[in-house]
Design a protein around this ligand. Structure first.
Ligand code: BTN
Length: 249
């Protein structure tokens, strides 16, 4: 069993917890080193987007992983992270979430948490900086995103407890990360992810990846986390892109 021992460093303000942790990884930081910041001045999201991170409005967390699994299973790190955040939001905030492929946590149809996993080089080999951003209050996201974003406070109707959420999150990451290293752990994680995602199967979606846009019905996920999309041309495996519910016409 892989024991994950977190050690948390706290900062008032950072450009990005992922960037700071990547810097510390390049200087030899060990697995479990975790960083929390009250605010980020240059928070980063998937697909080179900015992640709005005003002071005290969100949980901005990154943790360093040194996975001992086959490289083709590394994409499942974001799956296990989505499962961990889902557990933590349920346990600490009583917020039930859905997962939109690959790793957005939704409350209803609106995004409450984003996950950014980045592979970094370090003196002892490749590592993963796993970054997690949770909207705690509505101030976390820009007003123009109000139709697609939500906060824990709005979803739960009560004040979010950042510290209890952080504690639950660290415990959940340890649990799911350890499972990922067990025999059959990858299959269990894919199955758990699919059971918690309304997007996994039978959903009419559009997938945008750069200039390419595909439409189809989701038909489950591959063992490496790729989304199976049934299009008019047959099954397409999606490994990157933005999924949205297809507007009916
Ligand atoms: C996304 O959905 O686009 C991913 C957002 C990830 C945001 C988190 S906040 C903590 C960590 N530091 C960053 O700069 N990004 C991640």
């Amino acid at each position: 069993m892989k024991a994950f021992k977190p050690r948390i460093l706290r900062f008032e303000s950072l450009p990005s917890t992922n960037t700071e942790l990547a810097r510390q990884a390049s200087e030899g930081a060990g697995e479990g080193l975790s960083i929390v910041a009250d605010e980020q001045t240059a928070g980063r999201g998937r697909l080179q987007r900015a992640w709005s991170s005003p002071k005290g409005a969100g949980l901005y967390f990154s943790t360093l992983l040194r996975p001992a699994i086959a490289p083709d299973q590394w994409p499942l790190i974001t799956f296990m992270a989505a499962l961990a955040v889902g557990d933590a939001l349920q346990e600490a905030c009583e917020v039930t979430t859905d997962i939109k492929w690959p790793n957005d946590l939704l409350s209803g149809e609106r995004k409450v948490c984003g996950i950014l996993a980045e592979v970094v080089e370090s003196p002892s080999g490749r590592a993963v900086v796993l970054g997690i951003g949770v909207n705690l209050t509505a101030e976390a996201y820009p007003a123009e995103l109000a139709s697609v974003a939500i906060s824990v406070a709005e979803a739960s109707g009560r004040g979010p407890e950042r510290e209890s959420l952080l504690a639950a999150l660290v415990r959940a990451v340890a649990r799911w990360y350890s499972l990922l290293h067990e025999t059959d752990g990858a299959e269990k994680i894919v199955a758990a992810w699919a059971s918690r995602s309304s997007y996994a199967s039978g959903k009419a979606v559009q997938v945008a990846n750069g200039d390419e846009v595909w439409q189809g019905i989701t038909r489950g996920v591959e063992s490496d986390g790729a989304l199976r999309l049934e299009t008019t041309d047959g099954i397409r495996l999606v490994r990157a892109g933005d999924v949205s519910i297809r507007a009916s016409n």
